[in-house]
Every structure is written in structure tokens, then in C-alpha cells.
Design a protein around this ligand. Structure first.
Ligand code: ATP
Ligand code: MG
Length: 392
């Protein structure tokens, strides 16, 4: 019997006026993960995918945001009840269960019976033909779902949970500050889930940071690209800025000023790329630069909204998500990141914004930032190719 994958939208169905926009984006995102031989059909209630490669497609669909539930069903090319019931019975012979419930849906309104009547007739037919089984409407071993459609009938049993969220791209674009740590890939994942298509920015300080550290970030970007379709990574050479800060500025303020520079550069890159928000992995209280007054002094340099999906998460909860999305093992590789190299012994915990501004006058930061942005390396990382392709 021909198989079909059924996709249910969940939360998306609440987008009354915009539903077509959301569904079109979802369809486009799904098409990107399907092979050429697959076919897709959709209406406001569900999407149907016909493919020869059910298992593989199912795995890929489980990583597409905007899908609430996935079922693998069987297509019965008939509208004749007797024939349909017999085919359902054939399918049931391969299943082990003691109790069952039938749920019917009738999109073909020419059928005179109500869905309750349809469920009852099929239930009675099953009871008559199979031994030692009972109906249990509350907690059945097996749910038998039958959809009577205009041209055919679809039967399915198990449910597979989808990732939920909104289709990537429906909420515009954002720029993720992606370090090699555990937090920022998780922050990225949660933002993509809200429908925001991400680009990423990484600050490196060669020769103080190694090529290995950069490869690690590329690898993390690649893991995120699975959910984001692909991802553009901007690599910023931060060495001159970091050295200028290190040489000229009170070491207590190293991190605060460094992060102000990162924010400024990120905001410039973001607006050039039509990204409306910055996203990072900051979490309240995690380190000295993430106290409330640090955040305020750092945030002060940009006007763009800064989204911190992990602001109120415990580290253990962040780690749990990192493991689920398969970024954890890459994140814990031991390569130095540019922040860790220039860490002062006693970073300021309550920096004053006024002092930040005074210290910054000691370096020619506007020119340094201009140069760093101008020399950014732009890499397109795709989930479909094994190699990283240079964009440019
Ligand atoms: P993570 O927070 O990702 O585990 P981390 O702990 O090394 O990495 P923090 O010092 O906590 O990073 O920095 C907070 C956030 O600032 C990071 O989550 C990331 O969004 C951003 N960030 C830090 N370093 C970099 C960098 N080198 N390039 C891009 N973004 C960075
Ligand atoms: Mg962190």
C-alpha cells in the first residue's frame, strides 16, 4: 500500500490572517529537505508528502520548525467502505494491541454518515473480524485514524512529535553572536525556533586564537544550519582592537570595553545584512560581564534590540538543550576563544558607563571598527554540502 507522510501545523493554525504566508514558508522550507522524487500537497489543515524514502524524510522533517505533529499513513485508493475496511483490517493484522479506538475525519462532505457513525461502523467491523480485542476510548493501545478524502482515504496510527515553533524566515532575520562556547548555539537554536532566520558573527584574534577555534565555530554553525536551512557566518578579525584595549585601558574594564566593541561591530554587520535583532548567549549572573550593570553598560552602545534567549536559564538546562541539538560535544572542545585569552584577574562587576566612555577615548576605536568590518570574511555554511563554500 502506498505510504504518505502527514504533517500537522499546531500553533500555526492560530495565525488566522497570515496563515497562507506561514504555510508557504513552511512548504518552501520542507521542499529544501526533500529529495527530487518527493511530492508535496497542502491545504490549511495539513500537508501531505509522498516519497519513496519515508525513514530518511521523517528524520529530516523532525528538524523543521513549524511542524507540530507527523504521521506516517497509508493511502487507500478507494471511497468504498467495504474495501476501505478490509484494507484497514489487513494493516491491523501486523500490529499488536489489545485495545483500540477509531477516530474518523471526513473532508469529503458527500459522505452521508457522520464521522461518529463512520468510526462506529469500522469499530464494529474490526471487533467482528479480530479476536481478543476491545474498544477503549480513553486509553487505547492503538489509535486508528481514518481520513475520508475527496479522492482517496488515508489511514494512520502512530504520532511523531514535531519540533513546533514557527517556520524559519517568517519572522525576518537576526544576527547571532556565535562563540565556541555552549551557550550561544543554544541561544541560536531557540531563536530560529521562533521563525527568525539567523546569520552568525564570530570574533577571532589570531594568532592569540587558533585556526582550531575557528573550525569549531564553523562546525557549530553547520550544526545550526540544519535548523536554519543554511547559515552565513561573518568572521571578524578582532586582534588589533583587542590589543589596543589591552595596551591602553585599565584591565578591570577589558572585558566590558571589548564587549562594547563586539556589540558595535555586530550592530553594523546586522544592519548591512537586514538583520533586525542581535542574539547572544548571555545569561544573567553567569560571569562578571553578565551582571545587570555590566549588561546595561555594554548594551548602551547599540540601539538595535538584543535578544538573550538564555537570560534566565540555569546552565544545566542549557547543557541539556545543547546535547539534544548535538552542539555540546563540539562546544566543549578545548580551543581558546578570544575572550578567555585577555581575561583580567579582577574584572569589574559593576562597571560605570561614564568610565567606559572615558577609557574608550584612549583608543582610536572608530577606525579600528571600520577596518574590522571592511575586512570581514563571509562564509556560507550549508547543511547540504560536506564542504564549506566561500560565498563572496
Ligand atoms: P558561550 O556563552 O556561548 O558558552 P562563552 O561563555 O565563551 O560562550 P561569554 O563570555 O559567556 O561566552 O559571552 C557571552 C556571549 O557573547 C556568548 O554567548 C556569545 O553570544 C557572545 N560572544 C562571546 N565571545 C564571542 C566571540 N568570540 N564571537 C562572537 N560572539 C561571542
Ligand atoms: Mg556563556
Amino acid at each position: 500500500m502506498k505510504q504518505v507522510i502527514i504533517i500537522k501545523y499546531g500553533e500555526l493554525s492560530t495565525k488566522k490572517d497570515n496563515i497562507n504566508f506561514f504555510l508557504k514558508q513552511l512548504k518552501d522550507n520542507i521542499v529544501k529537505v526533500l529529495d527530487e522524487n518527493s511530492q508535496i500537497d497542502y491545504d490549511k489543515g495539513r500537508m501531505l508528502i509522498y516519497t519513496l524514502n519515508i525513514e530518511d524524510t521523517l528524520k529530516k522533517l523532525q528538524k523543521v520548525f513549524g511542524i507540530h505533529e507527523i504521521n506516517v499513513g497509508y493511502v487507500i485508493d478507494s471511497l468504498d467502505f467495504e474495501e476501505i475496511f478490509k484494507k484497514v483490517l489487513d494493516l491491523l493484522k501486523e500490529k499488536e494491541f489489545k485495545t483500540f479506538k477509531v477516530e474518523s475525519k471526513r473532508s469529503n462532505k458527500k459522505i452521508e454518515k457522520t464521522s461518529v457513525e463512520l468510526s462506529r461502523s469500522l469499530g464494529a467491523f474490526i471487533l467482528k473480524n479480530l479476536k481478543d480485542i476491545k474498544v477503549d476510548v480513553h486509553n487505547p493501545d492503538l489509535m486508528i485514524n481514518v481520513e475520508y478524502r475527496l479522492n482517496n482515504t488515508i489511514v494512520y496510527f502512530e504520532k511523531v512529535k514535531g519540533l513546533g515553533g514557527y517556520p524559519v524566515g517568517t519572522l525576518g532575520k537576526g544576527l547571532l553572536m556565535l562563540s565556541g562556547g555552549i551557550d550561544s548555539p543554544v541561544a541560536g537554536f531557540l531563536t530560529i525556533k521562533r521563525g527568525v532566520k539567523l546569520e552568525a558573527i564570530y570574533f577571532e584574534s589570531p594568532p592569540h586564537t587558533s585556526e582550531n577555534a575557528k573550525d569549531k565555530v564553523k562546525e557549530l554553525a553547520k550544526k545550526l544550519s540544519v535548523y536554519n536551512n543554511d547559515i552565513v557566518l561573518h568572521v571578524i578579525n578582532f586582534t588589533k582592537i583587542q590589543e589596543a584595549i589591552y595596551k591602553n585601558i585599565n584591565h578591570e574594564y577589558l572585558i566590558t570595553i571589548m564587549r562594547r566593541m563586539m556589540y558595535r561591530i555586530s550592530a553594523i554587520v546586522a544592519s548591512r545584512r537586514n538583520c533586525r535583532i542581535l542574539v547572544n548567549g548571555e545569561s544573567i549572573g553567569q560571569v562578571a560581564s553578565q551582571t545587570l550593570s555590566s549588561m546595561a553598560s555594554i548594551n548602551e552602545v547599540v540601539r538595535m534590540p538584543v535578544i538573550r534567549p538564555l537570560a534566565c536559564f540555569d546552565k544545566l538546562d542549557i547543557i541539556e538543550i545543547a546535547k539534544k541539538i548535538d552542539t555540546y560535544n563540539t562546544s566543549i572542545l578545548p580551543y581558546e576563544d578570544c575572550c578567555t585569552i585577555f581575561v583580567p584577574k579582577h574584572p569589574v562587576i559593576n562597571p560605570s558607563t561614564q568610565k567606559c566612555q572615558e577609557y574608550e577615548k584612549l583608543i582610536n576605536w572608530e577606525d579600528l571598527i571600520y577596518e574590522a568590518v571592511k575586512n570581514a570574511e563571509v562564509i556560507k555554511i550549508s547543511n547540504n554540502t560536506k564542504e564549506y563554500n566561500d560565498l563572496l
